[in-house]
Design a protein around this ligand. Sequence first.
Ligand SMILES: Cc1cc2nc3c(=O)[nH]c(=O)nc-3n(C[C@H](O)[C@H](O)[C@H](O)COP(=O)(O)O)c2cc1C
Length: 379
Amino acid sequence: MSALPRPDALKAATPIVINGMRVKNRFVRSATGEGMANADGSASDRLEACLKALAVGEVGLVISSHAYVEKRGQARAGQLGAHSPDMEAGIARLARAVHAYGGRFVVQLAHAGSRADSTVTGEPALCPSAPGTSDGPRCRAMVADDLARVEAAFGAAAALCRDAGADGVQIHAAHGYGLSQFLSPRTNSRTGAYGGSLPNRARLLLEVLGAIRGRIGRDFPVLAKINSDDFLEGGFTAAECVQVVSWLETAGLDGVELSGGVFESGKRTFSRPGRIAIPEGEAWYRDTARAVKAAGVAMPVILVGGIRSLGTAEDLIASGDADLVALSRPLIREPGLVARWLAGDTAPAACINDNLCFGPARAGQGIYCVTEVRQNERV
Ligand SMILES: Cc1cc2nc3c(=O)[nH]c(=O)nc-3n(C[C@H](O)[C@H](O)[C@H](O)COP(=O)(O)O)c2cc1C
């Protein structure tokens, strides 16, 4: 990798326009469940402050945590909701907080599928085919009414986010949650129109996109996050990813974020644990990004997963392998990381990927870098 250009000459510092949404640089906060929403799913002051800090830190595009589109699809307590008109005012506050510092704000829309927490939702979880995988939670197979309701819920949630002043929405089809469960033959053993062949397994995702477009039209940015690979025997593969991304573009998607792995993928889960060698160990799904581009996909590609240095971010953008780079854990520890890099301090992210941040996020206590707090306590 050659020496980095001056901060103001970085390709990663240049703007990009996605279906009319101008993003001031190529840095994205990848969706990160903060566990900071109020009990009813509405945005809290803490959540607003968390997203504001990212915008202050020069993140060009801030993507919210996964937000459930219906109560039955809620993954855990403290999760943001986009499931009812009561959520609109809070989402509007989040949008304003990000806009005030020049950032763009996209809401990630999700259905947890079998990963819904029935102790929170009060109902059995839903999934493509019961009883789910042997290592996954148990659930009820979705019937036609469920599919229609979920599609409509995504459409309604997108309209709510647009009306609240968000700049776009992202469909969460990664990481072994609801739509990702449909894509994977490992979790989808349905017969009929929504199981079996790849077109059938991708049908719900494409219909969700159609339902969103049906509600908000063509002029509002709609992105999707999808696995480049499940990294599991019998799971969704890279070749299938390339095909589905191409179908999504044809169906009117405006940009795709490539991730990878599910909960059961061990060391290749979506938030891989362990220190990352720079630059060799960074950008885990770069090959799939190249394959997506080689297949002729023209919409912007956002790459997430293990990106920890400005050099790698710049190389991804300058090479054209990706159009934007997304970070999750590094921005938990350093919300000001992008501003630091753009100011010329190119030291890699301080995050050490120990994943202790998942603890408070999942407990609904609000995410923070546990390691940083412990280090500060020792000083
Ligand atoms: C605490 C935590 C919560 C996350 N929540 C989400 C989420 O709501 N939606 C999502 O698509 N990915 C979520 N992720 C995954 C990240 O967006 C990202 O794909 C993954 O951590 C790899 O990027 P990184 O190496 O920069 O952390 C979460 C990750 C962490 C650590």
